[in-house]
Design a binder for this molecule. Structure first.
Ligand code: GUN
Length: 292
C-alpha cells in the first residue's frame, strides 16, 4: 500500500485562513492591520522568489507588507540601520531578514539587532537560545521547523516516545526542528555529513525530517515501513523531459519512498507552503503582543 501524500497546500491554507480571520477581527476592533517588513540583501534569485511569495501571502491575509531591497554590497552598518528603523516603526510588527545574507555581513549581529517582539522568523539569538533550554519558551519559533511540527500535529502524528531522525543541522531548519522534536519528547538523532551508516540510522526513524539540500538522497530502502517522512529539501535538477528543462525535487526519492512510508510530503506542495503560513501566524501574534 502506498503512503498517504500529505497535502501541504491544504494544511497551509487552513493556517492562513485562521490568520486572515484574526486580522479581520483585529481590524474590526479598530486596531491596525499587522505589518511585515521584508529585508532582502543582494540578488539571490531563490531569495527574491521567497520574499515575493511572503509579501503576496501578507496581502492575501489582509496584512501590510513593506519590502526593502539593499544592494549586494550593503555594509553591516546600513543593514543594521535599516533594522533599527523598522524596530522603531509602529506599522511594522514583524521583521524578516531573508537568509542567506552575503558573506561579508555578520548574520548573527544582524539577526540580534531585530527587536525580540518583532522577530517573526525566530532567529534572534535569544529566541533560539530559549528554544534550546528546558523551561524557557521562545517568543517565536522559526517558520519552516514550526511548519513541520504543525503538519504532524494536524495529521495527528504522535511524537512522544518516537524515534525521530533529522537529516541536516542547519540553523534554519535542521537544528531548530530537532529542538522542537526534543521538546515534544521524541528521541532525536541528528545526522550530518560525518554520520556513519546513514541508511541504517535513517531506517530507525518513525518520523524522518530530511533537510540536507541533496536531491533525491533518501532512497526507498532507507525508510522504515510506515514511517512519516517530511521532506524539507527544495532542489532544482535538470530534466530534459520537462518544459523548463529542469524541475524541483526534495531530498527524498519520492517515487521510491512513497511505496514504503506511511505518509510523505511532496515537493513542491509539502513543507514550502507551510513555511509561509507559519510566518503569517507569527506576524499576527507579533501584532497582538505589540497591540494587546
Ligand atoms: N531562507 C530560507 N528559509 C528561510 C526562512 O525561513 N527565513 C529567512 N529569513 N530566510 C530563509
Amino acid at each position: 500500500m502506498g503512503a498517504q501524500i500529505i497535502d501541504g497546500k491544504a494544511l497551509a491554507l487552513e493556517v492562513r485562513q485562521k490568520a486572515a480571520a484574526d486580522v479581520a477581527a483585529m481590524v474590526a476592533a479598530g486596531k491596525n492591520k499587522p505589518g511585515l517588513a521584508t529585508v532582502l540583501v543582494g540578488e539571490n534569485p531563490a531569495s527574491k522568489v521567497y520574499v515575493s511569495s511572503k509579501q503576496k501571502a501578507c496581502a492575501e491575509a489582509g496584512m501590510d507588507s513593506f519590502g526593502f531591497h539593499l544592494p549586494a554590497d550593503a555594509s553591516q552598518e546600513e543593514v543594521e540601520k535599516l533594522v533599527k528603523e523598522l524596530n522603531a516603526d509602529p506599522r511594522v510588527n514583524g521583521i524578516l531578514v531573508q537568509l542567506p545574507l552575503p558573506d561579508h555581513l555578520d548574520e548573527e549581529r544582524v539577526l540580534g539587532s531585530i527587536d525580540l517582539e518583532k522577530d517573526v522568523d525566530g532567529f534572534h539569538p535569544i529566541n533560539i537560545g530559549r528554544l534550546a533550554q528546558k523551561g524557557r519558551d521562545p517568543l517565536f519559533v522559526p517558520c519552516t521547523p514550526a511548519g513541520c511540527i504543525e503538519m504532524l500535529d494536524r495529521l495527528n502524528v504522535k511524537l512522544e516516545g518516537t524515534n525521530a531522525v533529522v537529516l541536516g543541522r542547519s540553523n534554519i531548519v535542521g537544528m531548530p526542528v530537532a529542538l522542537l522534536l526534543v521538546r515534544r519528547n521524541a528521541t532525536v538523532t541528528i545526522c550530518h555529513s560525518r554520520t556513519k551508516d546513514l541508511p541504517g540510522v535513517v531506517r530507525q526513524a518513525d518520523v524522518l525530517i530530511a533537510a540536507v539540500g541533496r536531491a533525491n538522497m533518501v532512497r526507498g530502502d532507507w525508510v522504515k515501513p510506515g514511517a512519516v517522512v517530511i521532506d524539507v529539501g527544495i532542489n532544482r535538477i535538470e530534466d530534459p523531459t520537462h518544459p523548463k528543462g529542469s524541475r524541483l525535487v526534495g531530498d527524498v526519492m519520492f517515487d521510491e519512498v512513497k511505496e514504503v512510508a506511511g505518509a510523505i510530503t511532496p515537493v513542491p506542495g509539502g513543507v514550502g507552503p507551510m513555511t509561509i503560513a507559519m510566518l503569517m501566524q507569527n506576524t499576527v501574534r507579533a501584532a497582538k503582543i505589540q497591540n494587546p
